[in-house]
Ligand binder design. Sequence first.
Ligand SMILES: [Zn+2]
Length: 430
Amino acid sequence: MSDRYAIEGGHVLTPEFEVRAANVLVDRAAGEIVDVGPDVTADETLDATGCLVMPGLLNAHTHVAMTLLRGHADDKPLDAWLQEDIWPVEAELTPEDIRIGTELGLVEFIKNGITGFADSYFEVGEIAEATEQSGLRANLCHAFITIGKDEEAARADAQEGLEIAREFEGRADGRITTALMPHSLTTAETEYLEEFVPQAREHDIPLHFHANETKNEVDPLVSEHDKRPLEYADNLGMLTDQDFLAHCVHVDETEIDLLADRDASVIHCPASNMKLASGIAPIQEMLDAGVNVGLGTDGAASNNDLDLFDEIRDAAMIGKLARGDARDVAAEDAVRMATEGSATAIGLPVGQIEAGGTADLAVVDFDAPHLTPVHDYVSHLAYAVRGSDVRHTICDGQQLMVDRELQTLDEAAIKQRASEAAAALVERAE
Ligand SMILES: [Zn+2]
């Protein structure tokens, strides 16, 4: 088998967000695009007639194994939902559950044109192995929580987070990178942040954490420390250009300026923020201030699917509602959040459809009634395309899905095993 194949007969979305008719020549071994143009061809081809070749989407904040909890509990505020429904079931999760839950999530990612993700959970070894097998890219971390634990247990959890970050960095031929995750500014206490954040810096490990998600989380922090949560985080050295903060719903102007100043990234999770009634993040204000914004689905239990095209549409829709201005969070801005915004945030490459570009691609089939006519491809990507319109998914030059058939994972077997594991899990928890 030659190392090269041509994606033929479609249109391409260039890094400048221009759309033109062109074929794409991919080198498998290099994981790169060799050439883009109307006459580019190879012996092996991948049909893209009626399709748009675009960068693969990057899901910049998720808890992928939570697919097993999809639809287990809905319609409750965040605190009650976590304490009454999610944490009791999570306490029963075995490494095998996390493996199959992850595999199910990875199937969903590939079917929705997602080529990379940033995850935080536990049993990271299982998540890393499943990711390696799938052919996807990921930034992985073990979320540590210190609150409600004695000192020994709290320190051990944080230490585990640090060790996992060091152990898994560079796995899967470099497709896996890592971060240190203090779960949030309220669930990881000051003394542990003071101890472990400098150690992350020493080893050049980025931070990924939940920040300013709900008012219930922000208000006690402000009373305790007499400053805004992100000022508190900044004093602890937690806002650098490597770091990415999930949610940032309740941030004020000072905090937006601080994020821009420090070049820290925000991961917008609009569906989760709406479902848990957490609030509306001031995304247009962040974009105007120059803050880098990526997009994430969060876990499948608060979304409830892992379709980032939904997130693009939600980001654009709620972005307009936020200030009552239909010009806010325009189509191109929302699509950029899910591609280059996420890539900058989590430090993984983004597909670039040009010679020398990374071959991480989603080939979207526009031959569908809900995508007809095509006045503007980018408008459709933001407002009308669904994950199920993705025809082929390519990561690092490898074809992970061809004509909606997965090439690296057994979709039917994974769905079957995940359904069985989820039923047994909920039974144990009850
Ligand atoms: Zn989360």
